[in-house]
Write a protein that binds this ligand. Structure first.
Ligand SMILES: [Zn+2]
Length: 479
């Protein structure tokens, strides 16, 4: 029996050391592994299956709004990257360069894309000629490379997977509408599929994307009270269009500059799923995104008929559209329970000789560990019901955690005290000056997460400098 506990004992408790807990879960749930390329990760089957669920469901949502997928080269000529000044300044410090093709030095260095605005612009310059060519609403699923100094699985790695949408429009209004539309797609996806509540808002000038006119973000709160930027949507105005000369002939026969957007979600969001829902037994996956929704665990599986019954159960559940597996390995049931919990399977079905005799089985929820006896005839209906309940309860639990970790501060002392002692978001008024953001970062290692769409007037003065306040900002420490 000692063996049964090994998996669980091997992870550090969240309260003791959250960072170590995270590393342990990633490893024990077999989501990813380190590779011999420093700062790059190997995404293992359990992690990749989770990414595939995210990818497929998000892609379907994109397509409902008219998005089409394309694929761009992974290399960007140096001259192209340099065309938009703010953009290159923002990305230059973390770009990886290709200098040789085979044995020959290249005439022009190529960077490995850190993001593809410049490639899309170079493409749209030729692709867009007339108002009839607009809008173009393209997206690509790919990997990008950013030479980060410190890395952590899913949260920050030198190469990571993502999608980047790049659109081009006739008017500023169209571009703004698309920017907000995609932010809402992300927020709805986080809420409805990942069971993660988010705060929606706009980034400050200091925190916005390099080259953007405005950046919008969804911010989620992790279990330890730190924020995680989980998706961003940028409105470029006509800045890139002017730098790349992307013009179209309008109906009135005049030449006009286009307006553009870009938006992205990366494998970072897997980090959010882990840190919002997980507990000391491991991962907890919301049913909608769980690669395996139900694990059937046979008890005394060597007894005649038990395995057959477990397989029959799997067939029935598969037929009803559930993602289900049978753990028929020769490990002990206790070990299988632990493993199933570690991997975050939303619920397991236990079935043994006694259950079969009574024409029933037992459902055990991962989130609450609640056990229910279910008649074998009712399995499909009860499974559907339970998955829906778990999805809803997980969202409610995350929402309650978020709401109980949003504080507000009016004075500087109050603000410092809250940031230092109460992990979470702190709402406070801000004058709009970067100097105050810099001071807050310097003294409290907190950053402005966003200026939420839902503004409140907490006071008339900036929490930092006392000058007249312009915006209410969510502040916090972040990943
Ligand atoms: Zn100020």
């Amino acid at each position: 029996m000692a063996d049964d506990k090994k998996l669980v004992e091997a992870i550090t408790s969240m309260e003791e050391d959250f960072a170590q807990w995270y590393t342990d879960v990633v490893k024990k749930a077999e989501l990813c592994d380190y590779s011999s390329v420093k700062g790059c990760m190997i995404i293992k089957p359990a992690g990749y299956a989770l990414w595939e669920q995210i990818q497929q469901q998000l892609d379907a949502k994109f397509k409902e709004t008219g998005v089409e997928n394309v694929y761009m080269p992974m290399f960007i000529p140096e001259s192209l990257l340099e065309k938009e000044k703010d953009h290159v300044e923002g990305f230059a410090p973390e770009v990886a360069w290709v200098t040789h093709g085979g044995l020959e030095p290249l005439q022009e260095r190529l960077c490995v894309r850190p993001t593809s605005e410049t490639l899309f612009c170079d493409f749209y310059k030729n692709e867009v000629q007339s108002y009839r060519d607009l809008p173009k609403v393209y997206n690509q699923w790919c990997s990008v490379v950013r030479w980060e100094k410190t890395t952590r699985p899913f949260l920050r790695s030198r190469e990571f997977l993502w999608q980047e949408g790049h659109t081009v429009h006739a008017t500023a209004e169209d571009a703004e509408a698309r920017t907000i539309q995609m932010l809402n797609v992300y927020a709805d996806f986080a809420r409805d599929v990942l069971a993660i509540p988010v705060v929606k808002g706009q980034k400050t000038e200091k925190e916005k994307f390099a080259g953007a006119e405005s950046t919008y973000t969804i911010e989620a709160l992790m279990h330890d009270g730190k924020a995680l930027q989980s998706g961003t949507s940028h409105n470029f105005g006509d800045g890139f269009a002017k730098a790349f000369d992307i013009q179209y002939t309008d109906k009135d026969n005049t030449l006009k500059y286009c307006y553009q957007t870009s938006w992205g979600v990366s494998t970072r969001i897997i980090g959010a799923v882990i840190m919002v829902h997980g507990d000391d037994s491991g991962l907890k996956l919301p049913p909608k995104v769980a690669p395996t929704q139900i694990m059937v665990i046979p008890i005394q599986q060597k007894k005649e008929g038990v395995l057959d019954k477990a397989y029959a159960l799997r067939e029935r559940l598969l037929k009803s559209g559930f993602r289900v597996k049978v753990d028929d390995t020769d490990k002990s049931p206790g070990w299988k329970f632990n493993e199933c919990e570690m991997r975050g399977v939303p619920f397991r079905i236990e079935i043994g000789p006694k259950d079969i005799e009574n024409n029933k089985c037992v459902f055990v929820r991962r989130d609450t560990r609640e056990k229910t006896e279910v008649a074998l005839d009712d399995v499909e209906a009860k499974a559907a019901e339970l998955l829906e309940t778990i999805q809803k309860d997980m969202y409610e639990a995350a929402k309650a955690h978020l709401e109980s970790h949003i504080y507000s501060a009016v004075t500087w002392d109050e603000f410092c005290d809250t940031i230092n002692n109460k992990p979470g978001f702190v709402k406070a008024m801000w004058c709009g000056e970067q100097a105050c953001e810099d001071r807050i970062k310097e003294e409290l290692t907190a950053t402005s997460r966003c200026m939420p769409f839902e503004q409140e007037q907490l006071s008339d003065t900036c929490v930092c400098c006392g000058k007249p306040a312009k915006k209410m900002v969510y502040w916090g420490r972040a990943y």
